[in-house]
Design a protein around this ligand. Structure first.
Ligand SMILES: Cc1cc2nc3c(=O)[nH]c(=O)nc-3n(C[C@H](O)[C@H](O)[C@H](O)COP(=O)(O)OP(=O)(O)OC[C@H]3O[C@@H](n4cnc5c(N)ncnc54)[C@H](O)[C@@H]3O)c2cc1C
Length: 444
């Protein structure tokens, strides 16, 4: 590895992969460090499987994340919703910067997707096979209006098809189209996997480099600048270990809150192969919303242990639940505030399953199985190192710079200061893309 990279990027998940690739493509020398290994997609670039990390909270609800090159995008569902205008508006207000408003965020996202991604937006129920059509018919006969075009507003109510990131016949992790290409095409970008950043070294208010632990032993790498993309809550934890005491105490209070959504999945075995959508992994079929509660019931037809199965998932969009980080060794404390909405989601899902159009596809084997009894998983974590214009309540400024520390940035979902009600993967892309474009001017 070259000595003194211009940038050390910590974390090779969605945002880290995008930041690193964008910086390297613009001529910066980048070292990307990732504590996990590489997934099969990245074996060509030389390492082992990525992993799934489950972290128990005080309630037993588990926080899920991907560990390895690709990060959480290696296990996510591929739903590609762009985010609601209301969410960007709250963010723009908190940051006091138009950069984070709907217009600029969506323009950046489109720009990025055109340059890097292969996104197919499934709009026709027939794309999802007999199952997809059955689900939508079930929704319509339950009284939901048909939604023709995406779910791009909190007020879109009904049943329809949501966009999914797909390559030909498969679920698509964004880093496959960014990082892998960059790793093979540019010598300016190097990835060290199985390498954990244990601390950012900061002297006199300036980040100098990162302490690392991995196959090279415990090492210190000096860099022109450090960009944290360790995800939520990874970046907040790393900051806590790194910032001087006075700053860290402040961060400890304000970095402890993370908001999320909940899903509970139920696999129904025995789905006939013929009703499966023509994709080999995930096929999102349909979604329903209900006014006031803002909840969504999703149906996927997918292979579970190589057998076709139906998975239903319920998400409360405005759950507004919070997670407070304890010390590194303590379980995070979860405060759930959405049990009423999730109860209603169960009723909706049960109703849809009872509709003749779905029953004829599924048979009666699903009946009487209690599902969604308890919320077991929490995804879409964000927050922890929130952006804001007021240093008292914010960790980073509108340029993603850690307030009070030079040469240190956070460029992942940790920086989102408000509840983002939609799926978060495209948002992680936007943050990474903005950071990559802007930070290159900071090149040493
Ligand atoms: C089960 C599940 C399903 C989901 N489905 C969808 C979906 O359908 N659509 C959607 O839009 N979103 C979905 N999401 C959310 C989405 O996948 C994530 O929000 C997004 O991938 C997060 O990107 P990130 O870059 O912020 O973090 P991550 O992708 O989590 O990346 C962080 C990386 O940093 C590494 N790291 C952490 N600490 C260190 C350290 N100290 N040193 C080195 N490396 C470190 C981690 O190993 C990881 O690889 C889902 C999430 C889950 C859990």
């Amino acid at each position: 590895m070259r000595i003194d990279p211009d940038f050390i990027v910590v974390g090779a998940g969605t945002s880290g992969a995008v930041v690193a690739t964008e910086l390297a493509d613009r001529g910066a020398r980048v070292l990307l460090v990732e504590r996990g290994g590489a997934s099969p997609r990245f074996r060509a670039a030389g390492a082992r499987m990525s992993g799934i990390r489950t972290e128990a909270t005080n309630t037993g609800v588990k926080l899920l994340s991907g560990v390895g090159v690709g990060g959480t995008s290696e296990l996510h569902g591929g739903i590609a919703l762009r985010g609601f205008a209301e969410d960007y508006a709250r963010w723009e207000h908190r940051a006091e910067s138009h950069e984070w408003g709907t217009e600029r965020c969506l323009a950046d996202l489109d720009d990025y997707l055109v340059r890097r991604e292969l996104v197919r937006e499934f709009r026709d129920a027939s794309d999802f096979g007999a199952f997809g059509q059955g689900f939508i018919e079930a929704g319509i006969s339950s009284g939901y209006p048909a939604v023709e075009r995406g779910f791009d507003s909190l007020h879109t109510l009904g049943v329809g098809v949501m966009p999914v990131l797909q390559t030909t016949g498969g679920r698509h992790a964004s880093v496959a189209s960014t990082l892998r290409a960059a790793l093979t095409s540019t010598s300016a970008l190097e990835t060290w996997d199985h390498t954990e950043a244990t601390r950012v070294v900061i002297r006199n208010g300036t980040a100098l480099g990162v302490e690392l632990s991995g196959p090279r032993g415990t090492t210190y790498v000096r860099g022109g600048a450090v960009v944290l993309c360790a995800g939520s809550p990874g970046s907040a934890r790393l900051l806590r270990r790194s910032l001087p005491e006075a700053q860290a105490a402040n961060l400890g209070r304000r970095a402890g809150v993370i908001r999320n959504h909940y899903s509970r999945w139920k696999v129904i075995d025995g789905l006939e192969e013929s009703v499966m959508p023509p994709t080999n992994l995930f096929g999102l079929a349909a979604a329903t919303y209900e006014d006031g509660l803002h909840l969504r019931v999703e149906a996927f037809a997918m292979a579970v242990r190589d057998r076709p199965a139906l998975v239903l998932s319920a998400t409360s969009y405005t759950s507004n639940s919070e997670i407070e980080l304890g010390e590194d060794t303590d379980p995070p404390i979860l405060r759930m505030r959405d049990s009423q909405a999730l109860q209603r989601a169960m009723e909706i899902a049960d109703g849809l399953l009872g509709e003749t159009s779905l029953e004829s596809l599924l048979g009666s084997g699903h009946r009487g199985r209690p599902w969604l009894k308890r919320v077991r998983s929490a995804h879409h974590l964000h927050g922890g190192a929130p952006m804001g214009s007021d240093p008292e309540g914010a960790t980073v400024d509108a340029d993603l710079r850690v307030i009070g520390t030079d040469r240190l940035w956070v460029a992942d979902l940790s920086t989102v200061p408000t509840l983002f009600t939609n799926n978060t993967h495209l948002l992680a892309l936007v943050i990474g893309y903005k950071a990559g474009k802007a930070l290159v001017t900071e090149k040493a």
